[in-house]
Design a protein around this ligand. Structure first.
Ligand code: AMP
Ligand code: MG
Length: 501
């Protein structure tokens, strides 16, 4: 004990260990968040805080909230806005960057994983263009709800550490309450980060970035003779698995621009994202996606398109000869389609209760999906109730009632039951497998909307709190919250979601 008490006990709040801030100056702009009028903690993710090695009590204290809102820079923090570029709806923008997000620094979590702590809505930066650098409460709550739901579903994602209201108004189409979102990611490096340097012919920048991300995310690639190739292959593998998982739970990202696709393979930037109710691969919710570029069923091909843009940035590092480099890149990208098909098919087999995927399962699953589309059947409920029907055909009634023409399900169920479960496992074991692959609870749009409206219009955060809690256990039955499994009634259907930027 020195006896000296510092005015703020900030040193211990974030044990920062920053690596991005050590990269060359042209990778970012250093600046602190812009303070807000009246920060108030809406929600702190205590479990995540503990996992990050942080003390929830300190974070919830006035000093902690000052940091979570950008009113104080924690000791050891080296705040910066990251530079990046990106293809937005297919059109290239050579400079985007963090226009309203500030990376405070990095901490090492309890599993030894380096994690960014970023404040979204933390004020203008040199990358803001015409934006105000702020975030509205609604989109902050949406990102909190959906990213935490994705984590609970077991899908790689950025995480929500906290949401703080600012006491300030932001102006979008109307005046809205402002908020700051504290986001955690294994990094915020995007395909667009590589594109930023490629667009400037800055091969050295790409080289530095490859070193940084392989060391950080892909230890094996870091040891490979051709690091850039190993990195490309590794990112492709993670993105394939990610997008397959999205499809298997009915998730639609909504803005799969290359600046919204991470190198780590985590889902990022929850804007007009949504989960599908009735199954239809053409589903689009985003108000700005008028062409349906980012429709549910397009997501695999868009992921490949984006990864092709990543490969292009790496060409100078793949081989000295340009033609040879292109061939190497094409071979790496050629793995995408078969790998995706394998991951998606295996996931569908599990959803149908088969541990070992067999070639015919895919047609069986497609047959069900087609029937669901034709019958307006709810995606989540159909598979969840199928998990009951596997052990008890009497439960078929609850599945078939989801189909406009219930006989369509009956026809399919005969084929399903005729598929022998050669991989062993009694019905109970199969049911367990299915229940672990078929969530009961997803963040349904009408529930998300309901939580946002209550918070924004009535300062009532109870629906938000309940929703976050229910979604933290998506695979459990939680009978007391059965109403949260319900699809929207006709007047509750959300037809469009908005970016809210
Ligand atoms: P997003 O659509 O959130 O992925 O953002 C696309 C780009 O717009 C990024 O460069 C963001 O930083 C920037 N941006 C979005 N909203 C704002 C805002 N309110 N103020 C400044 N920049 C923004
Ligand atoms: Mg973005």
């Amino acid at each position: 004990m020195t006896g000296a008490t510092s005015t703020t006990d900030t040193a211990a709040i974030f044990p920062f260990d920053n690596s991005y801030a050590r990269l060359p100056d042209r990778f970012f702009a250093r600046l602190a968040p812009t303070p807000v009028a009246q920060p108030r903690l809406i929600k702190l993710n205590e479990k995540l805080a503990v996992h990050l090695g942080l003390d929830p009590q300190k974070l919830a204290s006035p000093d902690g909230v000052a940091m979570l809102s950008g009113n104080a820079v924690p000791e050891g923090g080296e705040p910066l806005a990251m530079a990046y570029a990106g293809h937005q709806f297919g059109g290239f923008v050579p400079q985007l960057g963090d226009g309203r997000a500030i990376l405070l620094g990095e901490v090492i979590d309890r599993e030894g994983v380096r994690r960014d702590i970023q404040l979204k809505g933390a004020g203008p930066t040199p990358f803001s263009r015409r934006g105000d650098g702020r975030a509205a409460l609604g989109p902050v709550l949406r990102e909190y709800i959906v990213s935490e739901a994705m984590a609970a579903l077991g899908i790689p994602t950025t995480r929500a550490l906290a949401a703080v209201s600012t006491g300030e108004t932001v102006f979008r189409e109307t005046a809205l309450p402002g908020a700051v979102f504290a986001r955690v990611a294994s990094s915020h490096i995007r395909i667009g980060t590589f594109q930023f340097f490629a667009a400037r012919g800055d091969v050295e920048g790409i080289r530095v970035l490859v070193e940084h991300v392989t060391a950080r995310h892909y230890a094996e690639a870091a040891r490979a003779p051709n690091k850039a190739l190993a990195l490309l292959e590794a990112v492709i593998a993670r993105q394939v698995d990610l997008v397959a998982q999205w499809l298997l739970v009915g998730f639609i990202h909504g803005v799969m621009n290359t600046d919204n696709m991470t190198i780590s393979g985590e889902t990022i930037d929850y804007g007009p994202c949504a989960f599908m109710d009735a199954y239809d691969p053409a589903t689009v919710f985003s108000s700005i996606d008028t062409g349906g570029r980012y429709a549910y069923g397009n997501q695999p091909s868009i992921a490949l398109w984006n990864l092709t843009r990543l490969a292009e940035t790496l060409l100078p590092l793949l081989a000295d000869d340009e033609n040879a480099a292109v061939e190497i890149a094409q071979a790496a990208l050629g793995v995408f389609a078969p790998r995706f098909q394998a991951a998606y098919a295996a996931g569908l087999s599990r959803k149908l209760g088969f541990r070992q995927s067999e070639p015919d399962d895919f047609a069986l699953a497609q047959d069900l999906l087609h029937r669901m589309t034709a019958n307006g059947a709810d995606f989540t409920l159909t598979f969840r109730r199928l998990s009951d029907a596997v052990a008890d055909p009497a439960a078929d009634a609850s599945v078939r009632s989801l189909f406009a023409t219930p006989e369509s399900f009956d026809e399919w169920a005969v084929k399903w039951r005729a598929r022998p479960a050669r991989d062993g496992g009694d019905l109970d074991a199969r049911q367990k497998l299915m229940r672990a692959a078929n969530p009961a609870f997803i963040p349904r749009n009408h529930r998300v909307e309901e939580a946002i409206v209550a918070a924004v219009e009535r300062s009532d955060f109870a629906p938000f709190e309940t929703l976050v809690m229910v979604l933290s256990r998506p695979y459990d039955d939680q009978p007391e919250f059965a109403a949260y499994t319900d699809p929207p009634k006709p007047d509750q259907i959300v037809h469009q979601t908005f970016c809210g930027t």
